[in-house]
Design a protein around this ligand. Structure first.
Ligand code: AMP
Length: 174
């Protein structure tokens, strides 16, 4: 079994990307290592047995990598939450605040059945705005979030406060 410490050691800190003052958590060294990538998926999905989740919802774009792999492991479907304007069919949209301005994410209106048991996954929890907006879209379709999981959490940004009421877990906490 891979430990969270080993995962953390494979995450590269890139200062001042994409702009000054941001330390970007680069997951590509982790993804490139077969053992660590598989171990990260095991840790993200380890609260669930195959068949206990109907859909794993992943957030555009790095969330897709982990959510899709977890979906296969859990014998669940995969549902993408995308940036506005990317999904081809009818969508529900949700706005959320960024540091400067706002952004919009979208999900297909038929992506989840009412009552579906959902695991929501993104690569990183920062301020929580993105995940809260994705959770709102899942709720709008009448599906049920079992857990919201992140590979990485930047605890000092208090993102969990925006995810009040949902069980939240993260593998590596900074
Ligand atoms: P937030 O809505 O503030 O929680 O931001 C979360 C989203 O922004 C995630 O989809 C992350 O991929 C991305 N993100 C925010 N901060 C970072 C960071 N320091 N390193 C890598 N990705 C980040």
């Amino acid at each position: 079994m891979i430990t969270a410490k080993e995962i953390e050691a494979a995450i590269r800190n890139v200062p001042d990307f994409p702009k000054a003052g941001i330390q970007f958590k680069d997951i590509t060294p982790l993804l490139a290592d077969a053992r660590l990538f598989a171990g990260a998926i095991d840790l993200l999905a380890d609260n669930f047995k195959p068949g206990s989740v109907d859909a794993v919802v992943g957030i555009d774009a790095r969330g897709f990598i982990f959510a899709a792999a977890a979906a296969i492991k859990l014998n669940a479907g995969f549902v993408p939450v995308r940036k506005k304007g990317k999904l081809p069919f009818q969508t529900h949209e949700q706005d959320y605040a960024l540091e400067y301005g706002s952004a919009t994410i979208a999900m297909h209106v038929d992506a989840l059945k009412p009552g579906a048991r959902v695991l929501l996954i993104d690569d990183l929890l920062a301020t929580g705005g993105t995940a809260a907006a994705a959770a709102a879209l899942v709720k709008k379709l009448g599906a049920r979030i079992l857990e919201i999981n992140f590979l990485i959490e930047l605890k000092f940004l208090n993102g969990r406060e925006k995810l009040n009421g949902y069980p939240v877990r993260s593998v590596v906490v900074y």
